[in-house]
Ligand binder design. Structure first.
Ligand SMILES: NC(=O)c1ccc[n+]([C@@H]2O[C@H](COP(=O)([O-])OP(=O)(O)OC[C@H]3O[C@@H](n4cnc5c(N)ncnc54)[C@H](OP(=O)(O)O)[C@@H]3O)[C@@H](O)[C@H]2O)c1
Length: 294
């Protein structure tokens, strides 16, 4: 067990990196509340043999984190079942991988709700209970996207950098009262998650440099444990001196785009964005046809 934390909520627990975080927390003996939209996938994670072997209790709560009422329902279900929540891992998130000039205002709002508003709102709901018990830890999963000017992530990166700022101030304000916070700043993750799925879906080759910059999802799970156990403000999950690289990118903002060119990310992301646009056009065309028929 980490400290004497007994229960954790993990959002985005249905697929991608989330299940790795779930497994790591289960091995620490923490009871778990798993949230995401896909009910079946959540059940599969909850009933997997390695999770059951840990003997922890797992509650699944199908939740769309972009809906405010669903977040209150998630917290109520967790508190009803386990009494209190000690750890919140805000992992649910994502990016449509499209060029910004094609977004609608609704697209922008939905993306901010998923990547920024939902983690803030869940924290707001859980914080009073944590303060009352003088213990708790919030772990927010962010991204290097903003620091390295990763192509076509304007809104996503704005939300993820906002999440880092939120975590810093939250940590400063409440740590003395026993409730701490950490931001995990992820570089590209290979082996699971959105980046990996996209590369497979489009059958895109990965440059040697691109491969070398990837971390496995297990590294994220270990960073979650480390951030709580050692009470870290920020952990950069990236091979090599990720923290130094992030600092350099902030000092020299021109380095990010140059690096994206060198690693091939710029051209790969252009192919991804074009593919997403074609997908969207097909979707719009088929829903138009369906409407016309009815
Ligand atoms: N993969 C990477 O290379 C990478 C790099 C930097 C940062 N990150 C961050 O790491 C986190 C996990 O990413 P990932 O790569 O594992 O992505 P992923 O494979 O797409 O998984 C995203 C998770 O979030 C959940 N989710 C998405 N929209 C949701 C909604 N509206 N309500 C509730 N749950 C929702 C998904 O479940 P449902 O679809 O079932 O709802 C899923 O469990 C994200 O915050 C992402 O921004 C990832």
């Amino acid at each position: 067990m980490i400290k004497n934390y007994r229960t954790a909520i993990v959002t985005g627990a249905s697929h991608g990196i989330g299940p790795f975080i779930v497994r790591a927390l289960a091995k620490e003996g923490m009871n778990l509340v798993l949230a995401a939209r896909s009910e079946d996938e959540l059940e599969q994670v909850a009933t997997a043999a390695d999770i059951r072997a840990t003997g922890v209790h797992v509650l699944t709560v199908p939740t769309d984190v972009t809906e405010r009422d669903a977040l209150s329902a998630l917290v109520s279900a967790a508190e009803r079942t386990f009494g209190s929540v000690d750890v919140l891992v805000n992992n649910a998130g994502g990016d449509p991988q499209r060029e910004f000039h094609n977004y609608t205002a609704d697209d922008v709002e939905a993306l901010i709700r998923l990547n920024l508003t939902a983690p803030i709102e869940l924290t707001r709901l859980l914080l009073p209970g944590m303060l009352q018990r003088k213990q708790g830890h919030i772990v927010n999963i962010s991204s290097m996207g903003g620091s390295v000017s990763f192509p076509y992530t304007e809104v996503y990166s704005a939300a993820k950098d906002g999440l880092i700022a939120f975590t810093r101030v939250l940590r400063a304000d409440y740590r003395q009262a026993g409730v701490s916070s950490s931001a995990l700043i992820l570089g590209p993750i290979g082996g699971a998650g959105l980046g990996e799925r996209t590369m497979q879906e489009l059958n895109l080759p990965m440059s040697a440099m691109g491969k070398a910059s990837m971390s496995p999802p297990e590294a994220v799970a270990q960073a979650v444990l480390k951030s709580i156990r050692r009470d870290k403000a920020e952990i950069v999950v990236m091979p090599g001196p990720g923290r130094l690289m992030r600092a350099l990118m902030t000092l020299f903002p021109g380095m990010g785009p140059a690096m994206n060119q060198m690693t091939g990310s710029t051209s790969v992301m252009k192919q991804v964005a074009d593919f997403r646009e074609r997908q969207r056009e097909q979707l719009n065309a088929s829903s138009f046809q369906a409407e016309a028929k009815s």
